[in-house]
Design a protein around this ligand. Structure first.
Ligand code: GDP
Ligand code: IMO
Ligand code: MG
Length: 427
């Protein structure tokens, strides 16, 4: 069973970094396949806390080779500063492999992201402002710049010219901004070329050869299922495919190689940025989840919107990703509530609906139908096995499993590597 995918089952920030790091010690490769430095993955190792944005969380496991696949969008300045930040803390990053086909987030992509959001005003998406959407747009429009272009100045110049041609018209005439000079961009990008060269590789070949040799490859998703450009709450989504299929296209590995797809699922729900969120709370419970769960964005520092667990979403994630397992995180955060509401269905225009509606209008009208589950007050952060959990916490997990459509194979009871209850082995 060589290839596994680990991805967010909700709107991101489910605890993917911690789960990846936990498995990192037992796998040969950890691969990011989409997104970029819009991600913020927190890993806690002993008393050390790491916030990773672009680097796969496997970078903290010495035996593991971290890979940035072709489907990722890479801001070279962010990558280099993340690498030097880790080096300063004694982490060896020399094994990193970077796909030559990955697209580069250029300075003008970051500018376009910010001005577009400003222009949208009240209708804005609430992006991370990191240039993610405009870079993927350039990729699809076939005017993107790839890592390999940094090694051919003439091609790079032509491509930057092509990309800026229309953008400068839009920036100057529509947004009232100064035009961006081609030479300046080319010069800035060329300055990264030699610094990145040691990492650049044919990652598709490397990964497929590794799989032929029965090496274990873990694909680490950024964002989450409901932020997927195809399957998420469009248009309030990110511009890539965090869902399981994205691992195949974003790394160049066939679906036949993937044997397990693990959905990371928070024991409640959070979301950053704009868009519908049926179980969102605006009361002291929401405030308490935010405070106890430390729900503040790792990338932008924005407060996360918080709400109760939504089983309709979990079922949907099981379906669109073909999930084989869930890793339930942050169960400890729910300690202390007398009763915990769980959304089991929606009411839409007076009708009970069990599955996520495909219509945006319907989803905007969805009201949660709650079932109340009994809570617990005992500290569960030291629990090592399922039977160590109080009966009501066990029942909460079992109820979520039943509603969500895949087995819960691990439970997070704290941010640390060892604060995890393993039920079924992932490997
Ligand atoms: P990611 O983007 O999916 O990697 O998640 P983030 O790192 O953005 O947010 C998850 C937060 O929850 C981080 O601060 C983690 O350290 C923390 N965390 C992960 N698992 C658990 C858990 O089981 N319990 C608690 N209390 N915190 C956790
Ligand atoms: P991780 O990997 C939560 C959200 C943004 C915004 C939308 C589009 O840490 O789970 P973008 O900058 O991607 O164009 O913004 O997606 N978003 C995330 N929300 N966790 C993330 O990553 C996110 N990455 C993007 O807030 O609503
Ligand atoms: Mg995050």
């Amino acid at each position: 069973m060589p290839a596994l995918v680990l991805l967010g089952a909700q709107w991101g920030d489910e605890g993917k970094g911690k789960a990846t790091d936990l498995l990192g010690g037992s796998v040969d490769y950890v691969v990011r396949y989409q997104g970029g430095n819009n991600a913020g993955h927190t890993v806690v190792v002993g008393d050390q806390k790491y916030a990773l944005h672009l680097l796969p969380s496997g970078i903290l496991s010495p035996g593991c080779t971290p890979v940035i696949g072709n489907g990722v969008v890479v801001d070279p300045s962010v990558l280099l500063s993340e690498l030097s930040g880790l080096n300063e803390r004694g982490v060896d990053t020399s094994k990193l492999l970077l796909s030559g086909n990955a697209h580069i987030i250029t300075p003008y992509n970051v500018t376009v992201d910010k001005v577009t959001e400003r222009f949208l005003g009240k209708r804005k998406i609430g992006t991370t402002g990191r240039g993610i959407g405009p870079t993927y747009a350039d990729k699809i429009n076939r005017v993107g710049i790839r890592v390999q272009d940094l090694y051919d100045e003439s091609i790079l110049t032509q491509k930057v010219e092509a990309a800026l041609d229309i953008k400068n018209q839009v920036l100057t005439k529509l947004y009232n901004r100064r035009a961006i000079a081609v030479d300046q961009v080319v010069e800035e990008l060329l300055a990264y070329a030699e610094k990145l060269r040691p990492y650049v590789a044919d990652t598709v070949l490397v990964l497929n050869q590794a799989l032929e040799e029965d090496k274990v490859v873990l694909f680490e998703g950024g964002q989450g299922t409901l932020l997927d450009i195809d399957h998420g709450t469009y248009p309030f989504v990110t511009s890539s495919n965090p869902t399981a299929g994205g691992a195949c296209t974003g790394a160049g590995v066939g679906p036949t190689k993937i044997s397990r797809v693990i959905g990371i699922l928070k024991a409640y729900t959070t979301r950053v940025g704009a868009g519908p969120f049926p179980t969102e709370l605006f009361d002291e419970d929401g405030e308490a989840l935010r405070r106890i769960g430390g729900e503040r964005g790792v990338t932008t520092g924005r407060d996360r919107r918080c709400g109760w667990f939504d089983a309709v979403i979990a079922r949907y994630a099981t379906r669109v990703n073909g999930l084989t397992d869930f890793f339930l995180t942050k169960l400890d955060v729910l300690t202390g509530w007398e009763q915990i509401p769980v959304c089991v269905a929606y009411e839409i225009d007076g009708k009970r609906v069990e599955e996520l509606p495909y219509s945006q209008t319907d989803f905007h009208h969805a009201k949660p139908v709650y079932e109340m589950l009994p809570g617990w007050t005992e500290d569960i952060s030291k629990a090592k096995s399922f039977s160590d959990l109080p009966k009501n916490a066990q029942a909460y997990v079992k109820a979520l499993e039943e509603m969500s459509g895949a087995p819960i194979s691990a439970i997070g009871v704290g941010p640390g590597r060892d604060e995890t209850i393993e039920i079924n082995s992932f490997l």
